[in-house]
Design a protein around this ligand. Structure first.
Ligand SMILES: *Cc1c(COP(=O)(O)O)cnc(C)c1O
Length: 372
């Protein structure tokens, strides 16, 4: 960590979120190698999964990534500004529901991802001649057009503006799920309607499917940010986020003392408790609380995994540091909440959610440090 980061951390006694842009780029290169010769894009929606859209776009663009996917026009404008004079295609996945979406996308040279006949007509009227993508629904039943709608769009004399035909997997992290083959077959049935468009189907897990549904362009997100695209198997990606927080207070609690709101945890022995200034308002989910009936999240103190005890509250969380080397237990000592050891997938499992939610919940109060 740089000297300025360290002084910032001690000056503010704040939790520090370190984002490793070299790991992000290494993960993108690994995904690109896995899907070659198809082009590997990058999904940077939701503030690049909580890590910061602008730094992610700049780092990935410098590494050679040329296609970015965002959710909405606001994110598209941010991605375009981050690219500056660098070239880069931007696709906005969520369509054109808001009345100014088409104009806003056209203004930053972003491509709409069209999911219905109605959106198609809006795009032609408001962004004539501008390129866009056709999103085909193959089973998700969220966005995307039916095969019938796709036929109508393809028959339009202006269908040449469609430069990408895409669909999205329902369960690509389950390699053996028959839905994957069904969706690939449904996509292959519609794709020829757009003979001049490139095709795209694979998210992170999709890139690693045995069927190799890479087509011309892939759309990994989660894996770029260090998430495991192969649940249940070792994570091939590098950790991108590290979250550390200083102990605000250390207390010695006798056996029988309870911790936190509603006294959901009771010390079974004389205990050393470390209080950190991170809570659910920072994205440390309340479901990571630890009680006797339900183990919660953990934090690393001096190399030892220590459990979160009691309820995670808005701004504070308590860790049972009794088993940690006590030289590491004092006000100002740092504990690690996320990193190489406690991965986003690990914390997610303990909080009853998925790593995507851990990442996209990363709070706004952290002192953010970008390295690499
Ligand atoms: C979010 C998203 C992706 C990226 O998915 P990951 O599982 O994060 O790799 C790809 N395509 C679409 C349409 C998405 O919404």
């Amino acid at each position: 960590m740089s000297a300025s980061a360290a002084s910032g951390k001690f000056a503010t006694a704040q939790a520090v979120l370190t984002i490793d842009l070299a790991a992000l780029v290494a993960n993108w290169r690994a995904m690109a190698a896995a899907c070659a010769p198809a082009e590997c894009g990058a999904v940077v929606k939701a503030n690049a999964y909580g890590t910061g859209l602008e730094p992610a776009v700049r780092a990935l663009s410098a590494a050679g990534c040329a296609t970015f996917f965002v959710a909405n026009p606001g994110e598209a404008a941010r991605a375009r500004a981050a690219l500056g004079p660098s070239p880069g295609r931007i696709y906005a996945l969520n369509g054109l529901a808001s009345p100014d979406a088409a104009l806003a996308l056209a203004a930053c040279d972003a491509h709409a991802v069209i999911g219905s006949l109605e959106e198609w007509r809006t795009w032609l009227a408001q962004a004539p001649g501008k390129p866009c993508a056709a999103h085909i629904d193959t089973g998700m039943n969220r966005l995307g057009m039916s095969a019938q709608e796709a036929q109508a769009v393809a028959a339009d004399p202006q269908a040449g503006v469609i430069d990408l035909v895409m669909s999205h997997f329902v369960a690509s992290e389950e390699g053996g799920n028959a839905l994957n083959d069904a969706q690939i077959a449904a996509f292959d049935a519609v794709r020829p309607l757009f003979p001049h468009a490139r095709a795209s189907m694979a998210n992170s897990s999709g890139v690693l499917l045995a069927q190799r549904p890479h087509y011309d362009l892939t759309r990994p997100g989660y894996a770029l940010y260090g998430g495991n695209p192969l649940p249940g198997l070792p994570n091939p990606m590098r950790a991108v986020v590290r979250l550390e927080a200083p102990m605000l207070r250390v207390r010695h609690a006798p056996a029988g003392a309870t911790v936190g709101y509603n006294a959901t945890w009771t010390a079974q022995r004389d205990s050393v408790l470390a209080v950190i200034g991170v809570g659910y308002a920072d994205g440390l989910l309340r479901s990571a609380s630890g009680s006797h009936s339900h183990a919660g999240g953990e934090a690393i103190v001096g190399g030892v995994r220590c459990p979160i005890v009691g309820r995670v509250s808005m701004d504070l969380t308590v860790i049972d540091a009794t088993d940690a080397p006590q030289g590491f237990v004092h006000p100002g000592a740092m504990v690690e909440i996320l990193g190489e050891t406690i991965t986003v997938d690990d914390l997610a499992a303990r909080a009853g959610t998925i790593g995507y939610e851990i990442l996209t919940s990363l709070g706004a109060r952290y002192h953010r440090v970008y390295v690499g």
